[in-house]
Design a protein around this ligand. Structure first.
Ligand code: FEO
Length: 396
């Protein structure tokens, strides 16, 4: 599939994958492993595909070109979803030079234990591939691995960005247009929230560095999902906003429940928010029914998160523990929260969740809302009033 001039997409669309990284990233819309072929005086392959598609990838590439004409392979990130086709490919064309960062060399050696022909590059290094066509390498350390890198192709003005600007989407139409833009931005934001949030400070600095090069960028070709053949400024500006203290006028209520009491609190808090401020967006999310990634995406968007669990064994439910662990790991910036939950006799859950959130850098904005046993009418009223208070604080 032609991207621009002599650049073609040679990746794989994975329509059926529903969980990625083991079970750690939900991909209800599938994903793609984007690899690109540049055929100038020199022929260059940028990245490969997930290991599970290695043979299909090589076969498909063989049907496109004589593999022996590939002069260079650029590997921008060693994670298996991008480097997983290397071994099968190099069985056909051993010793083909691989251009990558030093950290990526360590990753590839660690993954494959093979004596590849490494050519190490740093930011600012270039590789001439034809008249007016040069690859310019840009290290993208910790965006999101130490080995990550982007590559700018002069002449065609294409930025190959690997994971950055990507989306987990499998699509027949690879190119961004006005019809699929909204979905691409939503999925790019989910990707940012779940993968890049801990590195926002570095992301912001990297965006500035990219702008300081004054490259013309007509196309952003990421490692997953749609290719930004249009709306390039829009996705770059979105990243700039997301890498700051991002939030929307949105409250998310996240809970798990044992005998429905904590669910009743969650639903009545939401009713109170809606009654106070009909224009404030609010979602109620059951940890057991919504993927952790969608919940993290919701937290990323939120002005306030409310987290509820009943008390069990002097603590909170293990499902909530997993969620809190991920919140801590993602190091969200400037987030606010409060907690709620039912209990029978000891009632530690809400305080413990609050402590965990405080240690994760989240500001606690309100006393916990608790209910001894199942919420009665008074408690339901109290939950609705709690919701009204949260709505006011979300607008403050
Ligand atoms: Fe798409 Fe970090 O791998």
């Amino acid at each position: 599939m032609k991207v621009k001039n002599n650049v073609t997409w040679v990746g794989i669309e994975d329509f059926f994958v529903k969980n990625f990284h083991g079970d750690s990233y939900s991909t209800p819309l599938g994903t793609s492993y984007n690899a690109y072929l540049i055929q100038e005086e020199k022929t260059v392959l940028i990245d490969t595909v997930n290991a599970s598609f290695a043979d299909e990838f090589v076969k498909q590439l063989e049907s496109t070109i004589d593999l022996n004409t590939i002069d260079y392979i650029v590997i921008q990130h060693g994670e298996i979803d991008h480097s997983g086709g290397l071994v099968a490919l190099l069985e056909k064309i051993p010793d083909t030079p691989i251009y990558c960062t030093e950290e990526c060399m360590f990753t590839l050696k660690g993954h494959f234990q093979q004596p590849f022909n490494f050519n190490l590059v740093k930011t600012g290094d270039t590789l001439k591939i034809g008249p007016g066509k040069e690859l310019f390498f840009i290290e993208m350390k910790m965006l999101h691995w130490p080995d990550s890198m982007a590559t700018y192709l002069s002449g065609d003005h294409i930025l190959f960005s690997n994971d950055v600007f990507g989306q987990h989407l499998a699509l027949e139409n690879k190119f961004i247009n006005s019809e699929n833009l909204k979905l691409a931005l939503e999925e790019a934001q989910k990707f940012y929230a779940n993968v890049l949030t801990p590195f926002s400070k570095m992301m912001k600095a990297k965006l500035k560095q990219l702008l300081d090069y004054h490259f013309t960028i007509d196309v952003i070709a990421p490692g997953h999902g749609s290719i930004w053949t249009s709306h390039v400024k829009e996705i770059m500006q979105a990243y700039d906003v997301w890498s700051g203290s991002y939030s929307e006028d949105y409250v998310v209520i996240i809970y798990d429940t044992m005998w429905n009491g904590t669910k009743v609190l969650a639903d009545n808090i939401a009713d109170g928010i809606r009654a106070e401020d009909a224009d404030l967006e609010v979602d109620v999310m059951s940890i057991r029914h919504i993927s952790e990634n969608d919940i993290m995406h919701a937290i990323f968007r939120s002005k306030i998160m409310l987290i509820g669990s009943p008390t069990v064994n002097n603590g909170y439910l293990s499902s909530v523990a997993g969620l809190l662990n991920t919140i801590r790991g993602l190091r969200f910036k400037d987030k606010k929260a409060a907690t709620f939950g039912c209990y029978g006799w000891s009632g530690e859950s809400t305080k413990q969740i609050k402590e965990h959130l405080l240690h994760s850098g989240v500001e606690i904005i309100e006393q916990e809302l608790t209910s001894s046993w199942v919420p009665n009418d008074d408690k339901i009223y109290q939950a609705q009033q709690f919701g009204r208070l949260i709505a006011k604080k979300a607008r403050a």
